[in-house]
Design a protein around this ligand. Sequence first.
Ligand code: MG
Length: 402
Amino acid sequence: MNSTTPKSVTILGSTGSIGRNTLNVIRRNPDRFFVKAISANKSVDEVRKQIVEFHPETVVMIDPVAAETLRKEYGDMIMTGDDALNEISSRQNIDIVVAAMVGFAGLRPTIEAIRAGKRVAIANKETLVVAGELMTALAKKTGAEILPIDSEHSAIAQCLIGEAPESIKRIILTASGGPFRTRLKETFGSITLSEALKHPNWVMGRKITIDSATLMNKGLEIIEARWLFSVPLEKIDVIVHPQSIIHSLVEFCDGSIKAQLGAPDMRLPIQYALGYPDRLAHEYDVLDLLINNRLDFEQPDIDKFPCLRLAREAGERGGLFPTILNAANEIAVEAFLNEKIGFDEIPRIIEQVIQNSPRDSAQPLNALSDDSINKGIGRIYHADAKARENAQKLVAKKVFVS
Ligand code: MG
C-alpha cells in the first residue's frame, strides 16, 4: 500500500470490541486511514459519538428501529438492510474492509468485499470457518487480500514472512486455556455465567469470551488457520500457554521455531492488518520481558474441553460440517448467555446436532467458478439454518447425548 495517501476504511461492527479498537488505531493514524462507512447493530448512542468524531459517509444500522432514530438526526446517510451492508463492503471508494461482526451474520458482506477485490482485515473468524474454502478461492481470482486480525493468526502471518510454504512443518496455535484451565471437570455443570465471562488475559465480546472458556475459540482458530495459510489440519497443533505472551509459533523443516510475542492488546494485530506491509509506530504498552519473565506450556485437556475435539473433527470431515458446528455453537452459546442451559451442555448440544446432520454434509464445497461459489454459499446458508433449528430444539427440550 502507498503510505502517502490515506486509505478509506469500512468497519463492519464498529461498536464491538474489535470495532472500537479499530477506531482507536485510526484515531492515532489520521495520516494513514480515515473512516468511510460503519455498521452496527443497535447501539445508537455509541454510533452517534462515532459519527461526530469520524464523519463516516454512510452508517448502516442492522436494527431498523435504531436506523429510523438516527435517520431523523442525520438523514439519508443512515441506512439499514442486507443490501446496504453489502454495498458499504464493496463500494468503489473503499480500500479496506474490517470484518468485525459477530458470527455467521458477517458472511455475506465479507464475501462481497472479497468479490470487490478489497483488503479484508478479518476478525470475524466464523466466516472463515464456514466458508474459508470459497473465500480464499475467490480472493485468488479477484486479487483481494485477506489479512487476519485474530492475534494468533496475525502472529503466524508475521512468522511466515520470507518463508517457503513447503518448509512449514507445523503451526502451533497458543491458547490461554481460559478461566477453567485448572478447574475440575466434575464441577463444570455448576459454572456460572459471570465465571465464564471472566477471561484471564483478554477483554473481548461476550460470544468469543464464552468460546474461549469452552476452547471452541481455539477449535475455530484451527480451521481458520487452515484456510488462511493453506496448511492441512494435521499440521496445526494447539498448545496451552496461560500467559498469552507468545501469540503463536511456526515450526520449520529444519527444526527451527519462530514465535511472535507481544502484550495482549488487539490494537497490534489490527494495525498490522491495516498497515501491512508497514509496521506503524505506536504508543501502546510494550511487553516488558523482565516483568513478564515466565512462559509456561501444557497440553490442552480434550476430555475437559470437548469443543476442541469437535471442531477438529468437523474440520477433518470438511464440506458443511464446520458450518453445522459453528451454527450449533452460536445457538448453544446464546442459550448459555441467556442462562437457559449449563456450561457443560454447550458441547453436548453441538455434538448432538452434528450427529443428526445429513450424511451428504461432507460433500466438498466446490469453488472453481462464480456459479459454484454462489452454489456453495447457498448450501452453507441452508445448512446453517437447519443446524440452528436443530440446536434450538435441543435447547428447548434439553435432551442431549450424555
Ligand atoms: Mg484468537
